[in-house]
Design a protein around this ligand. Structure first.
Ligand code: GLU
Length: 305
């Protein structure tokens, strides 16, 4: 009978965690994993796993395996098979072909430095140069007008892609497919209805919504959560010396899950830290609410304590 009380949108919830395997799991990515897991499970949803291993020199199978093992050790069990972006090049190329048919793709040989020097927004330099594809990136033309979405925590967000971003890269000069394109193709392929991820990616969301519209794909609901930053204000990452989480014992795993919930602002009772990882996650599912999450500066203060 309980199922009768689950609304359609909850019953259809499909969330995901989509790490880039450039190193082992650190506390920053664990917090993002826990947030998307709790949001999915508290909505009776599915929680899928996607390895964003688009950049083979930087992202390795070894790091991907380490991340998956750490997540399993933390009782963060996903549904179904892991999707590897390194296996999805055909789908990304198809998306580019669809955009090409709409005459929205052009080759560009501008360097990052040139664009930075011109103010950071791509000004359309190569739009009409008709460069032959080769040692060039491919960019998608943006349209004028505002892209708006409602973030479940951050409220209504808007961006003028033409004024704030410019035509953006969908295939890199080195031949690799760009994150913005791959994430959109795969969120649709995995039927993702809810994206929960770090606030550092919020600036990318309008580009992704724009691509979803061009490709005729559904738009998921978005939540951007605060991210842990180091003393220099940089997001934790392998480049910024984030150490791998230590899953060496049940106590350490309980501590990691407890800390993740504390960082998210769920205010777990101190005694919860003594419980098993499974019980801590069950507590998190029961107490999850996006309305109570810390904002970026509150999280920063908590970490400084
Ligand atoms: N792979 C991205 C990262 O690890 C996350 C992508 C996403 O959640 O959209 O930062």
């Amino acid at each position: 009978m309980a199922a009768l009380f689950i609304s359609m949108s909850e019953a259809n919830y499909i969330g995901r965690f989509a790490p880039s395997p450039s190193g082992p799991l650190h506390i920053g990515s664990l917090v993002a994993a826990v947030a998307s897991y709790l949001d999915a499970r508290s909505n009776n949803g599915r929680w899928l796993m996607r390895m964003e291993d688009l950049d083979p020199p930087r992202e390795t199978r070894k790091a991907a395996d380490q991340i998956l093992t750490a997540l399993e050790e933390c009782n963060l069990h996903w549904d179904g098979e892991v999707l590897y972006q390194s296996q999805r090049y055909g789908a990304y190329q198809e998306a580019i072909d669809t955009l090409k048919k709409q005459e929205l793709v052009f080759a560009c040989d501008c360097t990052r430095q040139q664009i930075q020097e011109a103010g950071g927004v791509y000004s359309g330099t190569c739009r009409h140069r008709h460069l032959a594809a080769g040692e060039t990136a491919l960019r998608c033309k943006v349209a004028t007008g505002l892209i708006t979405f409602r973030d479940r925590i951050q409220g209504v967000q808007s961006q003028h892609l033409d004024k704030e971003v410019g035509d953006f890269v969908i295939k890199r000069k080195d031949g690799l497919y760009a994150y913005q394109l791959a994430v959109v193709v795969d969120d649709a392929f995995q039927d993702i209805t809810h994206v929960v991820r770090g606030i550092d990616l919020m600036n990318s969301t309008p580009r992704q919504i724009y691509l979803q519209r061009l490709l005729g794909l559904n738009e998921p609901a978005y939540v951007h959560i605060p991210v842990i930053v180091n003393d220099q204000g940089q997001k934790l990452s392998k480049q910024h010396m984030a150490s791998p989480i230590d899953t060496g014992s049940k106590e350490k795993i309980s501590y990691l899950l407890f800390s993740s919930m504390d960082y998210l602002g769920l205010a777990p009772e101190p005694a919860l830290i003594m419980e098993s990882p499974g019980d801590i996650l069950a507590w998190g599912i029961a107490h999850w609410s996006v309305d109570n999450l810390l904002n970026q500066s509150e999280l920063h203060e908590k970490i400084q304590q």
